[in-house]
Design a protein around this ligand. Structure first.
Ligand code: NAD
Length: 213
């Protein structure tokens, strides 16, 4: 399995995601062309960084005109693998899981939020917005039947490894791990991304210290 971190840094990938938001916003305002300086104003990044990021993927603007927005959106979506809808489930429909399911921003054309799973019998069969909670016992059958590619993990940390090891890599290709267990970027042929607000606070604390000292 190729590790994308060996090729393009995650920071660049995150910036592409920001550019996409910015481009969609410009498009929604009726714009058809955009300069790197406009993206720069929206994203708060230097134009030179934006041009360099895009050039890495062979994308260059037209002299004096900038980039065609529709084409750039298409290119970035292709790079991010967003040109094919991916089915997603969440495991652990507790406080955090419920907040994520209720977050409208996660539900878009690229990610089809299919179901939630939990092992608490009081929760099974209930709905969170339009998402049904199923028993964990049905997880692997469901994943196979519904071609689930991405799992969001919001279970207690003690359950993390057991669940990750039970997922079938034939179908599941990515995990967003919200638990406090730090998992490697790749396990059992599945890409893993750890998300932790405490870590983000530490990073911002470092940036403040660096800027203020
Ligand atoms: P919670 O107790 O409210 O929810 C956990 C849910 O998981 C419960 O509904 C429980 O029934 C279910 N569960 C337990 N074992 C399970 C299993 N084997 N299979 C399926 N479901 C199972 O907890 P919470 O506050 O929502 O936190 C959930 C996780 O997210 C914890 O690991 C916590 O540390 C983490 N967390 C991370 C962040 C972050 O920034 N990443 C923020 C808050 C919480």
């Amino acid at each position: 399995m190729e590790n994308f971190q060996d090729k393009i840094s995650e920071v660049v990938i995150r910036r592409l995601s920001d550019y996409l938001r910015c481009l969609n916003y410009a498009k929604s305002k009726g714009q058809t062309l955009i300069k790197s300086s406009d993206i720069s104003t929206e994203c708060g990044l230097k134009s030179s960084i934006i041009r360099k990021d895009l050039a890495r993927f062979g994308i260059f603007g037209m002299k004096g005109k900038g980039y065609n927005i529709d084409e750039l959106i298409k290119e970035i979506e292709k790079i991010l693998g967003l040109n094919k809808t991916k089915n997603v489930v969440l495991i652990g429909a507790g406080n955090l899981g419920t907040a994520i399911i209720k977050y409208q921003g996660i539900k878009n054309a690229n990610f089809n939020f299919v179901a939630a799973f939990d092992n608490n019998s009081d929760k099974i069969g209930k709905m969170i917005d339009n998402t049904k909670i199923y028993s964990n016992e049905r997880l692997n059958g469901f994943i196979k039947k519904n071609r689930i590619e991405i799992v969001l993990l919001t279970v207690p940390s003690s359950e993390t490894i057991k669940i990750v090891d039970s997922l079938d890599p034939k179908f599941v290709k990515g995990i967003l791990n919200f638990t406090s267990v730090i998992l490697p970027p790749e396990k059992n042929n599945i890409f893993i991304h750890n998300i932790d607000l405490a870590k983000e606070l530490e990073v911002i604390s470092y940036c403040m210290k660096k800027c203020l000292s």
